[in-house]
Design a protein around this ligand. Sequence first.
Ligand SMILES: Cc1cc2nc3c(=O)[nH]c(=O)nc-3n(C[C@H](O)[C@H](O)[C@H](O)COP(=O)(O)OP(=O)(O)OC[C@H]3O[C@@H](n4cnc5c(N)ncnc54)[C@H](O)[C@@H]3O)c2cc1C
Length: 399
Amino acid sequence: MADQTSDVLISGGGIAGLTAAAAFGTAGFDVICVDPAAPVTDQEDARADMRTTAMLQPARDVLNAAGLWARLEPHASPLQIMRIVDAGGSDPEARLTKEFNASDISDLPFGWNLPNWLLRREMVARLDELANVDFRSGTGTTTLFTREREARVGLTDGSRVRTRLVVAADGRNSPMRQAAGIEVSTKRYGQKALAFAVTHPIPHENVSTEIHRTGGPFTLVPLPDRDGLPCSAIVWMDDGPLSQARLSLEVEEFEAEMSVRSCHLFGPLTLASHRSIWPIISQKADRLSGERLALIAEAAHVVPPIGAQGLNMSLADTAKLLELAQERPEGLGDRQMLDAYHKARYNDVSLRVQGIDLLNRASQVSTPALRDARALGLNALYSLGPVRRTLMQMGLGVR
Ligand SMILES: Cc1cc2nc3c(=O)[nH]c(=O)nc-3n(C[C@H](O)[C@H](O)[C@H](O)COP(=O)(O)OP(=O)(O)OC[C@H]3O[C@@H](n4cnc5c(N)ncnc54)[C@H](O)[C@@H]3O)c2cc1C
């Protein structure tokens, strides 16, 4: 079989890989994107990814340039206020509440929340419109062979692609990263997150609420109403065995437990989807590039789901790669471009991985004294005007 060629080969068609394919395709590059798993694009499918992603302001610019935002906007719920609640006292009730309002720093909301299954549906539809993008689900990458001038990537169907740039968007165990011999450092917290949707009687009023008690945050993110009732996406982080046990609790018992954990802030919560479970780790690749290879998204960095950073960092990776490719198209995938990519992204990635690690550890604490210290720290941090403003801007990726 003759080798196929492309400007860019993207290994991985998760949300990050699909966005990168749309971004490079819209910019006029020839793209092949492969993924062994078919994207699940229907929320009724038991395999559907019930997580949601809060796209922060800079992410919207990337989606816009990739021809995706117009498709996503009608389904997006704006995040106007972020509320942080400490419920670390002896009873599970809110004892300290701090609010950030996006209007303090910008005319726009912090971001827009979208269900992951819907993101996949709209992204695949966008790729269908682009004649220069070839998205192949059911095919994965197997081997990587690089020379100074090009890379050759072996696929699971036995074919081979010759390309100028390989983008590894193939997840936390990235086969392309491993093939290039790039090491990672990993931290494990013994935590797992449950992700699901709920309806509730008290409206969320576009406020995202993060409740801290022990084991990890319990976060409610606004979704559009469902069956005439206010609806939210929840990520509930806790010790692994506790999360695992809750995954199979009877619905009634589960609803009672999560209503207590939510401090009844939105009234009794009713489960409105299946539950999915996710191991929580923090991980960073030693380098973000190799010969003819760029690592993006979870292939490069994994963070606990706090402050909606994960995918937003990934879209910042894509934005930088694309910017460098457009500045000097003749240098696509060469050493100068990939060194510049590593240099431009590595510090920001390191800072965010470190910062979120700290926040997660603070959120996990279980002894009352440490929980009190966390509440005091939270209070001090959020009461200082300039610190508060900087934190908000960092959350948005604006610095
Ligand atoms: C509970 C939870 C909530 C989250 N909430 C948010 C949020 O609100 N905001 C935010 O920004 N981030 C959030 N994140 C993080 C975000 O979900 C991830 O950053 C993002 O989904 C990772 O995308 P990815 O495309 O890198 O990885 P993945 O989704 O893991 O995609 C990797 C893809 O690579 C494919 N693959 C594997 N092997 C191969 C191969 N050999 N060849 C080709 N393809 C291959 C896989 O099939 C998969 O489709 C959350 C994470 C969790 C766990």
